[in-house]
Design a protein around this ligand. Sequence first.
Ligand code: NAD
Length: 487
Amino acid sequence: MNEYKIFINGDFVDGRGGIGEVINPHDNSVIAKYHIANREDVDLAVKFAREGFEKWRNLSINKRIRILQNLVKLLSENLDKIAQIETLNVGKPIIASKTEISAGISVLEFYIGAINKIMGETIPTLPGHFNYTIREPIGVCALIVPWNYPLMLTLWKLSPALACGNSVIIKPASWTPLSALELAKLCKEAGIPDGVVNVITGPGNEIGSYLVSHEGVDKISFTGETKTGSEIMKLASNTIKRVSLELGGKSANIVFEDADLEDAINGSIWAIYYNSGQSCEARSRLFIHKKIYDKFLSEFVEKTKKIKIGNPINKETQMGPLVSKSHLNSVHKYVEKGLEEGAKLIYGGKKIDSEDLKNGNYYMPTILELSSTENICFKEEIFGPVVVVMSFESEEEVVNLANNSKYGLAGTIWTRDVKRAIRVSNSIRAGSITINHPLTAIPGLPFGGYKQSGFGRELSLDAIELFTEKKSVIYKFDETPVNPWNL
Ligand code: NAD
């Protein structure tokens, strides 16, 4: 059985915090062991990351570009192998793993293209002065990643961090450490200097919180739950670290009566059940106009029944298991509570216990009809294949429903009325709105949240600001004496 060590200063070394098991969500078998870091390991990673920072920031821009291009090549060559590992570890369908790793590579390519375009400005002020700004890397960045898109989200963070000249310490989620450690191997092979990329594993509340409190860390880029994000902000405040947070969501999906129903049904199904609903931007609240409610819902249910659920390693599988047994239980508890609070079960609502899937963490795609916005399933992020549906009659009503959430990550509108599409899109308080399609994450376009879904924008040139400091240089070139106090 494969045993993965932590990666510090270009070497795989023993973690001194013990050994953990990596579980396949398809059948709960152990597929690998991994070393867990302790605090001394974190100290070591920070020490070498500080040295790595000096090496990387001082490398010529062309060299940085070439090295990262090597990484693109290696990732592409190893895509099938890493996709297999991701699928065995996370339970996501193999097709999805491949698509997401390809998308991650595109993100890396996007930031490689940006490296030699990170520019400053010249700013005229006083006569006899020449003023300019430059953008400089921040330093050592802790990249803290959740378990739902382990490699893709690591690449969303790693790519701009390295493009801007920072060094990094990656901390993957404990359930899904493998692809980040595979990535570390490729970083070394690509020629990234030792210490620039480090990967440590371990429990978030112990190793993660130690890392984010560490004096030697300058910036935290975090993706995960809102509760954890709030805790991280507190921990980071002691040393005034730069922080960007990509957090939870409870996004709205609005279907107007004039929508192309076929597209809206197919797109809405994908928008909630992709990755078994374990997506921050899952459109988990479905609002359907009253005039089309019955027709839409009955077709939505029929198509939901057709989703191919099964072993994610099979090419034809569209929906795999949830990431872990405890997460499966948490999703089911939400559904039970929602039903207790008055939701009507339209479809699903239970674990799948067919002979071939009963050992895994499979949950039925679930549809709950709601009449109250006070229901727990309306308010909380369930992070599973569970959608709540409600009908609406007016635009104003549905905008209020959509905005009735502490989150503000994404939203989708289905309509053929262009004016309405823009009006509603302007009224929804969320970071990404899609109109007549469900795809939210596209390299080049800013991605991030309003409200308690976080702050900072990834995936775009905006991330350059997240990973750099701006310096003003004020140069006096005239010959007048310098004597502000007339001494
Ligand atoms: P989580 O918050 O439990 O953990 C995320 C990471 O933080 C893990 O690596 C974990 O070990 C670490 N961590 C936990 N406590 C920590 C602490 N006190 N200090 C430092 N690190 C700590 O989240 P999860 O369950 O892994 O992921 C699911 C959540 O992520 C959902 O809420 C989802 O919406 C969110 N998410 C958001 C986005 C986005 O872009 N907005 C994308 C994907 C996932």
